[in-house]
Structures are given as C-alpha cells and as structure tokens.
Design a protein around this ligand. Structure first.
Ligand SMILES: [Zn+2]
Length: 324
C-alpha cells in the first residue's frame, strides 16, 4: 500500500527531505549539501540519497510512497516537471520529474518554492483555519502563492501569483525581471541591503558602516536591521520605505484576492517588528472596505520548516483536499 509521502525542498545550498505519514506527520528527515558546483548528476544523486536515507530511517521502501513533492526556485514548468533555470544551480531545462520518476519509480510533482510554501502554510501552518489565503515570502526576493477554495491557484500555465513582480512604481529601481519598481525591488532583503549600501555610501549612517567593518559591499538587510535595532534613524527609514511599498502591495492583494488571510513568511520577517505595523497601516489605507473587513494578516507559523512542509503539502494536496 502506497500511503506515505515524500517532500523535498531543493535549495541552492541544501536539500532537505522529509517522509510523512498520510496525516502529514514527519516520520524522518534528511539533510544534505546540494553541492551545486558539482553539476546536475551529482545534485540529483544527492536528492536520491536523502530519499534513500529517510526510507532507511523508517524501514519503509519506495513501494510504500505514493508521491514525491519537490519545491524548487524557478522559473520552472511545473506541468511538465522541468526546472527551466535556477540562479543557484547550474541548471538549464532539467526534466527533474522524469529523472526522479525513472530513478525512484515514485510519482513526482514539481512546484515553485513560493507556491509550495503557500500550500504548506495552508495545510500545516496558520492557514489551516481558512479556505482562502495569500502567502507572501519576503526573503532574498519576494515570492507568492494563493490558495483559493482550498486549492493552489496556479493560473492557466502555472505562472500565477508572481506577486513580487507587481509593479508598484514604474519609476522605481530596476528589478531582476527587467521591469522597474516591482514590489521585490523595494521590499526584499536584497532591496533593503541595496538601500542600506546607498545610505552608507552617501555618508548617511555611521552605524550601518561600522556594523559592516567599513566594508560597504558587506552591508546587507541583516546589518540594516541590526542598525535599526540600535536606534539608527537612517536604517529605520529604510525599513519605513520597505514598509510603505509592501503596504501598497498588500493593499492591492487584498483588493484582488479578497481572501480571509494573508500570511507573511521569509527571512526578512525575522525583523517584522521594524516594518510590519507600518505596512499594515498602508495596506488599510489602500484596501477597499469590503475585502479589508474580512482579511487578517498573519505571520508564518512554520518558520524554517516551511520549505519542507510545503513540499510535503505538494505531494499530499489531493489527499488533503479530499479528507478535509
Ligand atoms: Zn520584477
């Protein structure tokens, strides 16, 4: 009987795999370096090794596993199971679904990491309470996913909810996607780091510069947060700027999706006390009364487990909906 599920979180530096029972309880987990520099075959061998490891730890075999869910940064074609490109891995058009299915003989589903995280938060995190939610990850970039009537909203060819590339200000900074003024170019960890470097360069903050040992190139969002916690005005202003644009983004998402909940996760949320209240204030200003009335903004409950639980939720989505 195939009644177990595998979730694999494929990151640029690490692979984390968990084996779950049919209720989403993790029975074993395995972590390995991705070893991205050693090339495609080695990365896949490492992925397989984590799978073998959790099977070994639980005494189960491949025949006991119904589905393997993989969460990976994109862009990818999740319908075909192909990772088109990955800035952290030396990959171009890798048919990862086909490769894993051939090697493991386990049905495999691939989703982009932000969509997987949305599913993880819906089924195993704070989103359990609702049927409709938007998930926004504020990390190196800004990614998103939406669950509508319990199901991941994928769009026609699986490209929905690139929420980080919502253009907030067409005169804003250039984004990696080629547009100007995307939400990501104002409110991501990368953007906060950029603004902090610019401020240090302009001589606006000694604290930021000191925290980076006077190395402007070492200034990042973490250092900017440390400076803000020390009371540095310029650092706090940078978080105020991020909050302003994040709030506009959130207000738009409230108006577009009309969900009961917006869940915020990602590394930058560790410093949420520096910007979240102001972002919500701005959101409330932008959002229309109808959708605003029912929406609640919550912080992710899964923390560093979100990648893994997202991948497990990808594997289990059909079962979770059927048994809810
Ligand atoms: Zn963009």
């Amino acid at each position: 009987m195939r009644e177990y599920y595998l979730g694999l979180d494929l990151g640029g530096t690490k692979i984390l795999t968990g084996l779950s029972d049919k209720n989403g309880k993790i029975l074993a987990r395995s972590r390995r370096e991705t070893e991205a520099d050693l090339g495609e075959e080695k990365i896949i061998a490492n992925m397989i090794e984590t799978v073998e490891d959790v099977l070994h730890k639980t005494g189960l075999s491949r025949e006991d596993v119904k589905t393997l869910g993989i969460g990976s940064p994109g862009p990818l074609d999740s319908q075909k199971g192909i990772i088109i490109e990955n800035s952290n891995l030396p990959w171009k058009n890798v048919p990862i679904k086909a490769k894993m299915e051939k090697k493991l003989n386990i049905n495999t589903i691939l989703k982009n990491d932000a969509n997987a995280a949305a599913l993880g938060e819906k089924w195993f995190g704070v989103g359990r309470e609702v049927d409709n939610m938007v998930y926004l990850t504020i990390s190196t970039g800004v990614g998103g996913g939406a669950v509508i009537n319990k199901k991941l909203f994928t769009g026609v060819n699986d490209n929905a909810c690139e929420l980080g590339h919502t253009v907030i200000d067409p005169d804003g900074p250039l984004c990696g996607c080629g547009n100007h003024g995307c939400l990501e170019s104002f409110a991501s960890g990368t953007a906060i780091g950029r603004m902090a470097r610019e401020a240090a360069e302009a001589g606006k903050s000694r604290v930021i510069l000191e925290l980076a040992d006077n190395k402007i190139e070492d200034i990042d969002a973490v250092i900017c947060a440390q400076a803000a916690y020390r009371g540095d005005k310029t650092a706090q202003e940078i978080f105020d700027t991020a909050a302003f644009y994040l709030g506009i983004g959130l207000g738009n998402f409230v108006n577009i999706f009309n969900t009961e909940m917006i869940v915020l996760g990602g590394g930058v949320m560790k410093a949420s006390d520096l910007f979240l209240d102001k972002a919500i204030e701005k959101m409330e200003e932008i959002a229309l009364p109808g959708p605003l009335e029912i929406v609640e903004v919550r912080e992710s409950e899964l923390g560093s487990d979100i990648g893994l639980m997202g991948a497990v939720a990808v594997a289990m989505e059909d079962r979770l909906i059927a048994h809810d």
